[in-house]
Write a protein that binds this ligand. Sequence first.
Ligand code: ADP
Ligand code: MG
Length: 232
Amino acid sequence: MNSPQLKLRGVRKRYASVTALRGVDITLAPGGSLAILGPNGAGKSTLLRVMAGLAHPTAGRIEFAGGKHDRGQVGYLGHATLLYPELTARENLIFAGRLYGVNSPQARADQLLAEEGLGEVAERRVGGFSRGMAQRLSIARARVHSPKLLLLDEPFTGLDEPAAQRLTERLTTLSAEGHGLVLTTHEISRAARLARSAVILVDGTVQESIDSDAMSEAELRAAYARALEAAP
Ligand code: ADP
Ligand code: MG
């Protein structure tokens, strides 16, 4: 068997007075997809930031395929946009490509714009973009260095239904192409459609986890309800 793409063992994260993660174990197979669900304040964003290498665990360890933590392997989309409104879509990607030391950032930018369906707006300033367009560009930006694993924090927030639908299709394609995918969301139906596994986090603890290729929405809803009931 291949070694897991991502493995967390006993991960704890304490801020000054708050314990956000209380010993989290997660294993993601190569090219696997995982939805992290849970109520507000459960620790979902913290968990994603730990996976991204943006927050250091207070205890426990995190391993990537082939060795230690490597930021070059992950693309992260958080709540704050990293896009520059006064630059065009293409300029934003070229700039990000240079930051990551990508070979031929122009060519990579054009490739990503085409893949995300943004070719026609490549030369437009991002300040005028709809939330859906900006979100697609943010995902392109997160992918600029060709990471094997994409970490997306609430990627559907603020999108209208057609934009959310397009994003779902896009992420399904990326996953089918072999990208590892971890996302947080509070939309159970979308999580069930997108991911093959799920964990339900309550108060920094994984209360339920599902790992089956045939994870259904009903199964996920039931697990979510159990998790809330079991939480202290
Ligand atoms: P979620 O994304 O599930 O809503 P978070 O990971 O954002 O949860 O937060 C988990 C807990 O950690 C919350 O109690 C939150 O207030 C706290 N927290 C998150 N980030 C910080 C921080 N930078 N400093 C202090 N407390 C934080
Ligand atoms: Mg959050």
